[in-house]
Ligand binder design. Structure first.
Ligand code: BG6
Length: 255
């Protein structure tokens, strides 16, 4: 397929905004399901947005995932306000190290010449050790930074894809198979109406924290994620999507 004209892109963006009932949407050409560079293009646009959002002393929380990893890799050096800090949104949720929030957080902070703090919660971990770790003063301190993040940037996953990628409890697998759980973001699983049906046991960003943040950016593309994107935005806690042409077309069609 040939590149879309700018005017065609803005029509797509407008229709996605209407479909999801959100104010802001950026669409890049292509399909991230099949073209790796599309994730990087979404990442570059996301980085530009971020640059415009930063103020002195801001904290930016980021999730893991392959899309966020592409963002970190494609992020041009950005000029940040003074004293900006990057943190991972949540503790270990079963991602491989290159796709972990900690890894992405450190890489993004480097591009932004900013500071970062990491969260070390081993995964998996027994209940007793877990309770001890989250009481550690150093962990608690990072958690308090995360919970008052000014900007949150996160991926959105298809529930089945994410469950297969992670160690997933049997009841959740059943919920997914029966069609109850549809999407996933930062360790929370949602149904088609945007209700939380499961959450990965770890510490960090809570759903309520999104309401306190000045900006929340979701970055997710690929036709295969349309249903998940629609489900996540039913939550009504996020108003800004960076996506691609394939997801946009599928969303508009009603998947
Ligand atoms: C996870 C994020 O690490 O990546 C989730 O915590 C997101 O918010 C997921 O659903 C998406 O992964 P990918 O690889 O499809 O970008």
């Amino acid at each position: 397929a040939f590149m879309l004209e700018a005017s065609e892109i803005s029509v797509l963006e407008q229709r996605v905004r209407e479909t999801l009932g959100i104010d802001n949407c950026i669409v890049v050409p292509g399909n991230s399901d099949t073209q790796d560079w599309v994730k990087q293009e979404m990442g570059k646009r996301c980085a530009q947005l971020l640059e415009g959002m930063l103020h002195p002393n801001y904290t930016v929380a980021v999730t893991g995932g392959t899309t966020m990893a592409a963002l970190a890799a494609a992020m041009p050096p950005i000029h940040t306000a003074e004293n900006v800090m990057f943190v991972p949104a949540r503790g270990g949720i079963g991602e491989q190290v290159e796709n972990e929030a900690n890894t992405i957080c450190a890489a993004m902070a480097k591009r932004a010449r900013s500071q970062y703090r990491l969260l070390y919660v081993p995964d998996p971990i027994g209940e007793e050790s877990y309770q001890t770790i989250i009481e550690e003063p150093s962990v608690k301190e990072v958690l308090s930074i995360i919970n008052r993040s000014n900007v949150v940037i996160h991926g959105i996953g298809d529930a089945m894809t994410m469950a297969e990628r992670r160690r997933t409890p049997a009841p959740l697998v059943e919920q997914i198979k029966s069609g109850v759980a549809v999407s996933e973001a930062f360790g929370y699983y949602f149904d088609a109406e945007g209700n939380v049906v499961h959450r990965v046991r770890t510490v960090g960003l809570q759903l309520e924290d999104l309401d306190k943040a000045e900006h929340v950016i979701a970055i997710a593309g690929g036709a295969s994620k349309a249903r998940a994107i629609a489900s996540y935005f039913k939550l009504g806690r996020n108003n800004l999507l960076v996506t691609d042409e394939a997801a946009a077309n599928q969303l508009i069609k009603g998947y």
